[in-house]
Design a protein around this ligand. Structure first.
Ligand code: CO
Ligand code: CO
Length: 323
């Protein structure tokens, strides 16, 4: 949330607005229905235009899922150098986005494009959620277990892709992780899910620390339990990290939002702060339901369903990272 934003206007129907650093805004339409709204777009992170479109769409849709909502409609947002690049490239970007929106069950109603030297693509998405079942960041309670649904390490690999340092197999693996939809709202529904968010540019520990601060709880995260793409280490050991990961690490350690056990090496510390594109969901759930939820997530095809830590009453707003 940016400090120079004008003050939010008070409105009784705004459930989640500018005052909280949440994934999407939520506005109550009736006692049973609230709309979830979000927008996200970025520059190409992979060379293949189809997969760039698919990843950008999965990333934009994710912020609706991260509020416990279901996407309903979407609008394309396109910037493209119309006179310099083949229009077939744009067609492929839009096809990738359209396939993901269709997979989510939502429909694209329209969009807007501008001529721009650097291509950009994303979506404005509207979803729906029951006003009583919003998955905000501030709901975690001491004793809850923390579940992560996708491996991390994406920022390291996308940076290596940009430098031409990856193998095609490693790039393809990261692409499949980023393009995977976080569409598990129906799986979460029977469980008492409290804190909920998705992992993106602020990294696993950055987004987890937002949940800790919003929930006024502490957290313990067990480094060895965190799923990391195996190929990440190959590039991380060469010092390949995106600028955003270094910024995250510095911000989180300087503010003392995170504290690493001294046994955790520097590379692993950086990976835990690594800036992610279209990462998984971070789910806080009652401890006695965590194993069943993790099993349900796995049965529904999530890439990971790892219990990576727990919410604690001690050190509110801070995360202790254990081996
Ligand atoms: Co988000
Ligand atoms: Co977002």
């Amino acid at each position: 949330m940016l400090k120079f934003l004008p003050p939010s206007v008070s409105n009784a129907n705004v459930i989640v607005g500018l005052d909280t650093p949440d994934d999407a805004g939520v506005y109550k339409i009736s006692d049973d229905v609230a709309i979830v709204q979000t927008v996200d777009f970025f520059t190409p992170i992979v060379d293949d235009p189809y997969w760039f479109g698919a990843i950008a769409a999965a990333n934009a849709l994710s912020d609706v899922y991260a509020m416990g909502g279901k996407p309903v409609t979407a609008l394309n947002m396109v910037a493209f150098p119309v006179t310099k690049l083949d229009k077939q490239v744009l067609a492929e970007i839009l096809r990738g986005g359209a396939d993901k929106v269709r997979e989510s069950g939502a429909v694209i109603l329209g969009g807007h494009s501008i001529d721009d030297p650097e291509p950009k693509y994303g979506l404005a998405v509207t979803g729906v959620v029951h006003p009583g079942k919003i998955g905000a960041k501030g709901g975690a309670r001491p004793g809850d277990k923390i579940i992560l649904t996708k491996p991390i390490g994406i920022g390291v690999i996308t940076t290596a892709i940009k430098r031409g340092a990856t193998t095609q197999a490693h790039a393809d693996e990261a692409i499949q992780v980023m393009a995977k939809l976080n569409n598990v709202v129906d799986v979460l529904a029977p469980y008492d899910v409290r804190g909920l968010t998705d992992i993106t540019g602020f990294g696993l520990l950055g987004h987890a620390s937002e949940v800790a601060r919003e929930s006024k709880t502490g957290m313990r995260i067990h480094s060895a339990q965190v799923p990391v793409l195996a190929s990440t280490y190959e590039y991380a050991n060469q010092g390949i990290f995106p600028g955003g990961s270094k910024t995250n690490f510095k911000f989180l350690t300087t503010r003392e939002y995170i504290h690493f056990d001294p046994s955790i090496d520097e590379t692993q510390q950086m990976i835990l702060c690594d800036a992610v594109t279209s990462g998984g969901l971070l789910i806080c759930v009652a401890a006695d339901k965590a194993d069943a939820l993790a099993a349900d997530l796995k049965a529904n095809g999530t890439l990971a369903a790892a219990i990576i830590g727990e919410v604690v009453a001690d050190h509110p707003g801070k995360i202790m990272v254990m081996p």
